[in-house]
Write a protein that binds this ligand. Structure first.
Ligand code: PEP
Length: 341
């Protein structure tokens, strides 16, 4: 099942218009001395490993530019980020269908948001190919990585391997990895540092259990996790990090409130904003005010179009890490639309 098989068919006249546009872009990029632009825009698909690598490095260059623009602008207008964590769902064939469904809904408005799909490792190449073919400006991310570039680590995936299949993001320290696979703060820190050293974007997950919250210790617990994850990073390296605050007891439970229900619900927007603000203050303490002002803090935990508005409106929440809802085209795209404003 190829991307082409489920892609959109252009009428003949439109195809001609597109060809003319691409040709004009190529000439413009040659005149302006932008080799990456011409490579990305003219090669539809990677034909071999070398051209695939060339495309990946071009995407990297675009990421660097994106980051630069992001850091240069008013810190209070951080670009929202919506990342879908597919967890252990979707075979490679199914991943093509889901990513194609999302890509088909792509519109210009989405440029106001950074959108990342994080499928299982085995799906990365397929999803990257679909998105790259459609030029939909949606990025691909992994759910985990090892901190070493290669070696005797059976079952693991290194950062250079992820880069090679087109990923530019990696989720680190998800509570399921911490709880089920024994990932410690120290391992999270090694991964975050390795990602930053490789100019790779990390989505670093933190969040308290219900027992910690009930003990009134949530802010301290989460801020300690942030300190441990970012230990040893300088302000420049911290630019590669996004923090995702995910209260463990809200993940996959549907226990997140709609704004109307907030007063009765288990997690309120106010509580999430309080922790997000504390995370930002901790980052400021670690790597400085500017880096903290630039860093995106996401909320995660049963976020859906019905309850997203309140979270998105919080001054310290810059988007969402989405689990269950990222597996449904309608819901995920609905969240991107809300984040687009
Ligand atoms: C997650 O696991 O990162 C997550 C936010 O899941 P869900 O949206 O299903 O709660």
């Amino acid at each position: 099942c190829s991307a082409r098989a489920v892609g959109r068919h252009q009428p003949h006249a439109e195809t001609q218009r597109m060809s003319f546009f691409v040709a004009m872009c190529c000439i413009a990029s040659l005149l302006l001395g932008m080799p990456c632009f011409s490579t990305v825009r003219t090669s539809r698909k990677p034909h071999n490993v070398a051209s695939a690598r060339a495309q990946v490095s071009c995407r990297k260059a675009r990421h660097a530019q994106k980051r630069l623009r992001f850091n240069e602008r008013n810190p209070m207008s951080r670009k929202p980020l919506i990342a879908g964590n597919w967890k252990m769902n979707k075979t490679p064939a199914e991943s093509v269908v889901l990513s194609q469904g999302i890509s088909n809904r792509y519109s210009r408005k989405w440029n106001k948001v950074d959108v990342v799909l994080c499928p299982p490792t085995i799906d990365l190449r397929s999803v990257f190919t679909v998105l790259d073919f459609d030029k939909s400006n949606i990025d691909v991310g992994a759910q985990n990585c090892h901190w070493e570039p290669s070696g005797a680590f059976t079952g693991e995936t290194s950062i250079p391997m992820l880069k090679d299949v087109g990923a530019a993001w990696c989720i680190v320290g998800h509570s399921e990895r911490r709880d089920y696979f024994g990932e410690t703060d120290s391992m999270v820190n090694k991964k975050v540092r390795a990602l930053a050293e490789s100019s790779f974007n990390a989505i670093v997950c933190v969040g308290e259990s219900l027992a910690v919250r009930d003990a009134g210790d949530a802010v301290r617990f989460v801020c300690d996790q942030v300190r441990a994850a970012l230990a040893g990073l300088d302000a420049h390296e911290a630019e590669y990090c996004t923090i995702a605050y995910e209260p463990i007891w809200a993940i996959g439970t549907g226990r997140t409130a709609t704004p109307e229900q907030a007063i009765l619900s288990f997690v309120s927007v106010k509580q999430a904003e309080e922790i997000a603000a504390a995370i930002r203050a901790t980052v400021a303490d670690l790597v400085g005010e500017q880096a903290a002002a630039n860093m995106r803090v996401l909320y995660g935990g049963s976020m859906k179009p019905e309850n997203a508005d309140g979270f998105m409106a919080c001054p310290n929440i810059d988007g969402g890490l989405i689990g269950g809802a990222s597996l449904k085209v309608e819901d995920f795209c609905g969240l991107v639309e809300i984040a687009s404003g």
